[in-house]
Structures are given as C-alpha cells and as structure tokens.
Design a protein around this ligand. Structure first.
Ligand SMILES: Nc1ncnc2c1ncn2[C@@H]1O[C@H](COP(=O)(O)OP(=O)(O)OP(=O)(O)O)[C@@H](O)[C@H]1O
Length: 233
C-alpha cells in the first residue's frame, strides 16, 4: 500500500517556548486509510495538522506528503500541493457566508488545476451538485447562502468543498463538535463513504474519545508525541 503522509523525527516548538510542543519520531498514513487522531485540548493537534498541510514548516524533522518533502518545496509549491491534494474541513467550516452552498464548494477547484482535471470532463458545478446531493442537501439548500443553512448543513457543505476533485488527503479538524450524536454518526459515515469512493486518506482529529470505535485506526497524540512525556526525538 502506498504512503500518503510520512513524518520522521519531527520536532516543533513555538517561538519563545521553553520546550517543544511536538516531538514525533515516526508516523505514516497509507493511501485510503481512515485514521482518528485524538488528543486533549491544547495538546498540539491543530499545530500538527498545519505542519502536515505545509502551513508551517518544521526543522529538524521531515514531513512528506505523497512523497514530497515539504521543507524542500518553496512556498508556491507547498501552496499548490495543498490546493491540489489536501481537502481541509475546519472546525468552524470557514464558509463564505453570502455565497451559496454550491459556490462555496466550487471555489475549492478554482485554484487547483489537478482537482479540476480529476473531474474527468464533468463540469465543476455538476460534480459539486453530485457531492452535495450525496451529502443530503436539497437542490434548494444548494442555492441558499451558507449563512442561512443549519450547522449540520454547513458542515456537509464544508465536507463537499474538501472532497471535490478527489484530493489525496482529507484533514478534518474537530468537524463534528457542533453536532448531536445521531448527526455526528451520520456525518462520519458519509465522510467514510465519500473517502472510500475516491481512495482518499482521512485524518480526523478530535478530543472526543467516544469516536474511536468508528475508525479502523485510532492514534493517541500523547502516545506518539514524546514531547508530551517530556522527552525529545
Ligand atoms: N500561533 C501560535 N503561537 C504560539 N503558540 C501557539 C500558537 N498556536 C497554538 N499555540 C500553542 O500551541 C499549543 C497547542 O495548540 P493547538 O491549537 O495545536 O492544540 P489543539 O490540540 O488543537 O487544541 P484544541 O483541541 O483546544 O483545538 C497551545 O499551548 C497553544 O497555546
């Protein structure tokens, strides 16, 4: 099975901090894997996601995404890799409130030529409609401005935006924190199905330990992060 994300000897400290926040000897995520990463509030989950997405770079240590060593790419190459290969579902969704649901979704492909290419001749709009249908938004809801949608509907729009154009990796940062249990389980199921159809790797981050049984693989950040135990790589 090929590798989607590989971390080696990763170490990260915020400027001015007394000790590293993250010190991870090794972690790899295979293509198509569904992985839950759990950790307490403030343990460094979002920081780790930003390192994997190439928003921050790390030294020493190595973060590879689809075989690319992020530290060896320049800013433009990292931005392009992120746009083409990483779909990010943010905790607060980050939708543009006055744009329609469908316009929020199609925006994802405007600056991502590889994602557009993977739509294989289908228009961006038609592909976004298929995904939103699949995620349970009615035709009417798809045309509504994002701010008029319920939290659960906005969450589905954010998921469709991340999935459109089949990026290799979906990073989901606490995407179910605003949902009740029934909607939460439903949402995770939909996300799994969409990822399986596209052979997408899913890295799903939460502080909620009760979600672990849903996932084939669950990782506790404090077990892979030696900085949490006061050790260094
Ligand atoms: N831009 C920043 N500059 C300095 N320190 C930061 C910055 N962002 C986060 N931190 C610190 O890094 C630590 C980890 O933060 P992070 O957001 O990665 O944790 P988290 O596990 O995602 O938390 P939560 O579950 O509450 O979202 C915290 O102590 C935080 O104060």
């Amino acid at each position: 099975m090929s590798t989607c994300v590989e971390l080696n000897q990763l170490e990260f400290s915020w400027p001015g901090a007394q000790s590293p926040l993250l010190s991870i000897p090794q972690l790899s995520l295979a293509r198509g894997e569904r992985v839950l990463l759990r950790g307490a509030s403030g343990s460094g989950k979002s920081t780790l996601l930003s390192l994997i997405a190439g928003i921050y770079t790390t030294a020493p240590g190595q973060v590879q995404v689809l075989g690319h060593d992020l530290a060896k790419l320049n800013q433009h190459q990292r931005d392009r890799l992120r746009a083409n290969e990483i779909g990010y579902i943010f905790q607060q969704f980050n939708l543009l409130p006055y744009l329609s649901a469908i316009a929020n979704v199609t925006l994802a492909c405007q600056f991502a030529p590889a994602r557009r290419q993977r739509l294989a001749g289908t228009s961006i709009n038609a592909s976004a409609t298929v995904l939103l249908d699949r995620l349970g938004l009615s035709a009417e809801q798809q045309q509504q401005p994002a701010h008029q949608l319920s939290v659960g509907q906005q969450q589905r729009v954010a998921a469709a935006r991340a999935l459109l154009g089949s990026p290799a990796l979906i990073i989901a940062d606490e995407p179910t924190s605003a949902l009740d249990q029934a909607h939460r389980d439903d949402f995770i199921q939909l996300l799994f199905e969409a990822c399986a159809e596209q052979e997408t790797t899913l890295l799903f981050v939460t502080h909620d330990a009760t979600l672990a049984p849903h996932f084939p693989r669950a990782i506790e950040l404090q077990e892979i992060n030696q900085a949490a135990a006061g050790e260094h790589v």
